[in-house]
Design a protein around this ligand. Structure first.
Ligand code: NAP
Length: 232
């Protein structure tokens, strides 16, 4: 299974101003893809995109209009998104019986509805063209078989993201070479992961980049960690 020819492919990455998303943008640009680096904060996003020499677009995944406006601007400029990396995420702590609805709602808004919104915006084009890669950046915390009491809202949102991955993969069946997968980056040194995490952002982005550039005979409808199937 060789990585595919990436010439002329465009990858859009959410939450790419820092952490794993920024590293994914760097790696995908290095692999020869056209990268659209998106972020909700225009200053942070412009700075990150400027550093990598790639296009920046403002995109707040929790805001329907923001996602639609971004898709419209790209369509106007005839930019087709071939690779969608749903990386933006939030982690807020709170115990299951104590957390307020707002914490749960915001977590689902970003970690679950965000990827659903971007999929609605960009997956239909992939289905029409018969080519696409969607990578949902999930977490081992969302695994039902490996569940723990860790960050309940986050874990619930990532379990739901895993099921969203499967539903999107089912929707892509019969539309040519469109693959939808979820992955866990491991515990990574970012603002979210903290400085004690054992993995660098480069290590955390490895499986993501692999899934984003899968060849035609690569997997779909899966959940991966370290390029290997992980327990749902
Ligand atoms: P991070 O450094 O905290 O970065 C999170 C990114 O998401 C930031 O760019 C942030 O933008 C963005 N974001 C948050 N809300 C957003 C919104 N409404 N719209 C658009 N962007 C938004 O975290 P990370 O470690 O790189 O995490 C990236 C992904 O990996 C997440 O999905 C996370 O759940 C997953 N993950 C991380 C670890 C880990 O150990 N680090 C482990 C498992 C899974 P702002 O700068 O504007 O806040």
């Amino acid at each position: 299974m060789e990585a595919m020819d990436t010439d002329d492919l465009t990858a859009l990455i959410t939450g790419a101003n820092r952490g794993i998303g920024l590293e994914a943008a760097r790696r995908l640009a290095h692999a020869g893809l056209n990268v659209v680096l998106t972020a909700r904060d225009p200053d942070a996003g412009e700075a990150a995109a400027g550093e990598l020499g790639v296009r920046f677009e403002r995109l707040d995944v929790s805001d329907d209009d923001s996602v639609r406006d971004c898709a419209r601007r790209l369509e106007r400029d005839r930019v087709t998104v071939d690779v969608l990396v749903n990386n933006a995420g939030v982690l807020q702590s709170g115990r299951i019986l104590d957390m307020n609805d707002e914490l749960m709602r915001h977590t689902l808004e970003v970690n679950l509805l965000g990827p659903l919104r971007t999929a609605r915006a960009f997956l239909p084009g992939m289905l029409d063209r018969g080519y696409g890669r969607v990578v949902n950046v999930s977490s081992g915390s969302g695994s039902l078989t490996e569940a723990s009491a860790y960050s309940p809202a986050y874990s619930i949102s990532k379990a739901a993201l895993n099921m969203l991955t499967r539903q999107l993969a089912f929707a892509a069946e019969g539309h040519g070479d469109v693959k939808v997968n979820a992955m866990c980056p491991g515990w990574v040194r970012t603002d979210m992961g903290g400085q004690s995490a054992p993995r660098s952002p480069e290590e955390g982005a490895d499986t993501l980049v692999w899934l984003a550039t899968l060849p035609a005979d690569g997997p779909t409808n899966g959940f991966f960690r370290d390029r290997r199937p992980a327990a749902w």
